[in-house]
Design a binder for this molecule. Structure first.
Ligand code: GDP
Length: 325
């Protein structure tokens, strides 16, 4: 079930390759309480790989190619529990259109920048797209454990980059979190205690807005952002619910990019939990989910209300600015 949207955050993680996106998400997962702790892992004598970089191909190339989602739950200092959907964003320009598509699922961007290297070409590329999608960045200066790190300069380089990209005052007034994903801590000031990732969780809850476009009363609309395939269930559509809600066994209209629609029935709904997907009965506007049982279905299709089928605007490569009204 979707938590109340006030307790939901959809964050795209954007970074230049090697700046620590995978390590950071890995630590967030381990510390969210949902996942085995590293301590347990160590005690078990197990080696754990980085959870986000799983494909052999990715390991081979040393970059995160596939966009994946995972979710963590976090009990904030206000006592409330939040679900944070972490959306991995491909950093490479080669994957035309994919970055934009992935960014449509998010309401804020976690911009990870290496505390020594500072912003690099991919930082600029993805940040520009995030701004075009109306996402405000939360800046994580990572690797501050590096002896050669220069966090203060890097923060001003990020500011200059944002200004150069024409960011508005709100985006320029970004929150900075310093982190060492390697050591597993984050802090809002370099003088703070270096203990855990709490400061980053808190910053996400505070700085990333709750879902926009989340009218549960509206007709059902989900934009298909990626497709998975399983031998058992076939095609699995992944995306964000922009309006209304989806229910397991619901009859829906699947509208393709030519506007053709087919009436189909959802067999199963899955919501993200850690790296797993768990079956759920209902997913409401604002949340992300995986939908089983629909075929034909493709990236860019809309899963819509069977009685009032209306397509969401397609995300195209030529038009990086996505305005959804
Ligand atoms: P990604 O390409 O952005 O996903 O980056 P990775 O998480 O794979 O990290 C790239 C490299 O930087 C790896 O060798 C990590 O061990 C290293 N790394 C990541 N975070 C830190 C950190 O906080 N401090 C240091 N010193 N190294 C880090």
């Amino acid at each position: 079930m979707t938590p109340n949207t006030a307790h939901l955050r959809n964050v795209a993680i954007i970074a230049h390759v090697d700046h620590g996106k995978t390590s950071l998400v890995d630590k967030l997962m381990y510390q969210s309480g949902l996942y085995r702790s590293e301590e347990l892992d160590r005690r078990a004598g197990g080696q754990h790989g980085l959870v986000m970089d799983t494909g052999d191909l990715e390991r081979e190339r040393g970059i995160t190619i596939l966009s994946k989602n995972c979710a963590v739950t976090y009990q904030a200092s206000d006592g409330d529990t939040y679900r944070i959907n972490l959306i991995d964003t491909p950093g490479h320009a080669d994957f035309g259109g994919e970055v934009e598509r992935v960014l449509t699922m998010a309401d804020g961007a976690l911009l990870v920048v290496d505390a020594f290297e500072g912003p690099m070409p991919q930082t600029r590329f993805v940040l520009q797209k995030a701004l075009a999608c109306g996402l405000r960045p939360l800046v994580v200066v990572n690797k501050v454990d590096r002896p050669d790190s220069r966090p203060d300069e890097v923060v001003s380089e990020v500011f200059d980059l944002l200004a150069d990209l024409g960011a508005d005052d709100e985006a320029l007034d970004f929150q900075t979190v310093y982190a060492s994903a390697k050591e597993g801590w984050a802090a809002t000031s370099l003088d703070d205690d270096r203990q855990d990732m709490r400061a980053l969780f808190e910053a996400i809850v505070e700085w990333v807005p709750p879902p926009r476009y989340a009218d549960v009363e509206a007709p059902t609309q989900l934009l298909v952002t990626s497709i998975d395939y399983s031998d058992y269930v076939g095609r699995i559509a992944i995306g964000r619910v922009f309006g209304g809600a989806l229910e397991a066994r619901q009859r829906v209209a699947v509208i393709d990019r030519h506007g053709e629609n087919t009436q189909q029935q959802i067999l199963q709904l899955l919501s993200f939990q850690g790296l797993d997907r768990t079956e759920t009965k209902r997913v409401e506007a604002g949340d992300l989910c995986a939908v089983v049982g629909l075929d034909p279905i493709n990236i860019g299709d809309t899963i819509a209300d069977a009685a009032q089928p209306e397509a969401l605007p397609a995300v195209t490569v030529d038009e990086p600015t996505l305005h959804m009204t």
